[in-house]
Design a protein around this ligand. Sequence first.
Ligand code: 9MG
Length: 283
Amino acid sequence: MPETQSVLRCGDFRLVLDHPLVMGVVNVTPDSFSDGGRYLDAGAAQAHARRLVEEGADLIDIGAESSRPGAEGIPAAEELLRLMPVLEGLRDLGVPVSVDTTKPEVMRAAIAAGATMINDITALRAPGALEAVAASGTAVCLMHMQGEPRTMQREPHYDDVVVEVKAFLATRIAAAEAAGIARERLVIDPGFGFGKTGEHNFELLRNLDRISEIGPPVMAGWSRKSSLGALTDGGPGGRLAASLAAALLAVQHGARIVRVHDVAATRNALAVLAAAEASRGDQ
Ligand code: 9MG
């Protein structure tokens, strides 16, 4: 079995993986920051990123193209128009800035503007994406998705979801390494909710330790997703408790990074888990 990775290298940042890391989500999609003009949107997004860092985020993920089920893609020019003003104001953030994108031209522009991680829900499968990341020192999150956001939740099907997700991620790690992206720069993610039924999600959750066996740190992103909403009362706001439960369960099953909207609450929940685990050593 590969040695457990102890560090994640994101450009000049070295994140030590001796405790669960929290990635704070900043969406600059119109449905998240729709009020006001583009300058105001960028200001609001930057203020939100800074707030999440104050709350304890170890890294920030900024996305300008929606990947929720049913979402239509947008052209690279539109994505850049939303993203670049936000990125330009975050060079001094003090923690790695990740950009959630699937497009090599957006990756290159984001890296030039200071992004030190690329979060790609298509695992660098677009032509030129491997090269765009390899040419930099950025980290990359390789995520599994069956299908594409527009249609992925119609009829997800697997013979064995854990085996298939694991095999896909292993193949993408091999492609990344062959392109010159070092292990210390890699994160993998089973892609909760991306072409998966509720049952698929829970089977992956229960078997996250098997995904971890591949080597790179596992990221879990289940925060505020509709599959959690389906289990609880209320709308997205009411998903907080479910998101905290999902983050804790993911960490207990081996996730080393959780991608969340509610950073302060997640930090508090993880503090309880850490105390519970430390108390085992006291006995
Ligand atoms: C962009 N995005 C939305 N959900 C995600 C998840 O679960 N993982 C990663 N890596 N990115 C996500």
